[in-house]
Design a binder for this molecule. Structure first.
Ligand code: ZN
Ligand code: ZN
Length: 355
């Protein structure tokens, strides 16, 4: 493997390989394979990152399930933690050695009404890591510097990786619910997002009910402090009976059945927040929505301040991901296990030679 010298400074060894291993989708709905791909020179506004860890997200499976993809072959991954190895020209605030996080948000236009009001996650011209630009499931990745987030040096990479999507999304969804301490929330889906959402909800002083189809995930939810942990079937009725309904219900999976149970679990004037991605549709009763004054909101990632808060909380021991660690060549197998709902917490890929 040939190596070339970079313009990098502190924090790197000045040598990068000509090729890197990456987890790739070669065609829409195709197989995900680990392949050797060339490492490009970072162009204008880009940085070369040496990845330390990257979490696996259900959205990776969502992308892999789409009939059409804007970019193939595509390196997946949008929960990456790494260090800048070499900044390209105009990479701005980032220098070699800086520790950064790759989220789903790769670039935004900076000029639309959403970008100008701190809601850049709704920018219609956004590009997304592991979807419209190459993602973080590679030992070395050249990425746009625009939306990379700084990550505290003190957080281990494998612990920090799930915060970039699962943590940010879970925290953002809770904030979207607009609850006050003492109010109740039902969290539907105890995967990577849900097990972090419980921790944030408790930190925010909320009463928490956890719902899932898996008894082992419900057991984890109890351990993390959920006051109630319920099987998904008839969870709505059970929450009506036991709590008189909840102030908010947050759906962290893409399951239409979960959306319906979440709706049924709400008190009058409650808020339904949907956050899991799916190509499915859901049906809800119009009469109950109107007569009970239900608010239905979609939630996507969170604000920049939410992301900073998620990292800050993790440093203080709140919102710690339960992780199982794997190497990059295990990505196809682990994603299959994730598709079957077999991952407890978050699966994280750790790269060799991390700094
Ligand atoms: Zn994700
Ligand atoms: Zn914009």
């Amino acid at each position: 493997m040939g190596r070339r010298r970079t313009a990098g400074g502190a924090g790197c060894d000045g040598l990068i390989p000509s090729h890197t291993a990456a987890a790739r989708l070669t065609s829409p709905r195709g197989n995900i394979t680990v392949a050797s791909i060339p490492v490009a020179e970072p162009g204008a506004g880009e940085v070369l990152v040496r990845m330390e860890a990257c979490g696996l997200c259900h959205s990776d499976l969502f992308v892999a399930s789409l009939e059409k993809l804007p970019l193939v072959p595509l390196t997946l991954g949008h929960e990456g933690i790494g260090r800048v190895e070499a900044p390209g020209p105009g990479a701005g605030r980032l220098a070699a050695g800086d520790r950064i996080g790759v989220t789903f948000l790769a670039t935004t236009c900076g000029t639309c009404e959403w970008c100008l009001t701190g809601r850049e996650r709704f920018c219609p011209r956004q590009l997304n890591f592991g979807y419209t630009v190459q993602g973080a499931l590679a030992a070395y990745a050249v990425v746009p510097a625009n939306a990379l987030v700084r990550v505290p040096d003190t957080l281990p990479a494998a612990a920090a990786a799930p915060l970039c999507c699962a943590g940010w999304t879970a925290y953002g969804a809770l904030r979207e619910a607009g609850l006050q301490p003492g109010q109740s929330v039902a969290l539907f889906g105890m995967g990577g997002l849900g097990h972090l959402a419980i921790q944030y909800a408790r930190h925010l002083g909320l009463r928490v009910a956890a719902v899932d189809v898996s008894e082992s995930k419900l057991e984890m939810a109890r351990t993390l402090g959920a006051e109630m942990a319920l099987p998904a079937e008839n969870a709505g009725r059970a929450l009506q009976k036991q709590w008189g309904g909840t102030d908010a219900a947050i759906v962290l999976t893409g399951s239409p059945a979960a959306v319906q149970q979440a709706f049924r679990s709400l008190k009058r004037t409650g808020t339904l927040v949907t956050s899991g991605l799916s190509t499915n549709q859901y049906e809800l009763p119009i009469v109950d929505t109107v007569l009970k004054g239900i608010s239905i909101r979609g939630s996507y990632l969170g604000t920049r301040a939410d992301l900073a808060e998620v990292f800050r909380l993790a440093q203080s021991g709140v919102g710690c991901a339960h992780i199982e660690s794997h190497s990059l060549d295990e990505v196809p197998v682990v994603l299959e296990r994730m598709r079957r709902g077999e991952i407890l917490g978050r699966a994280v890929i750790e790269f060799q030679g991390k700094t």
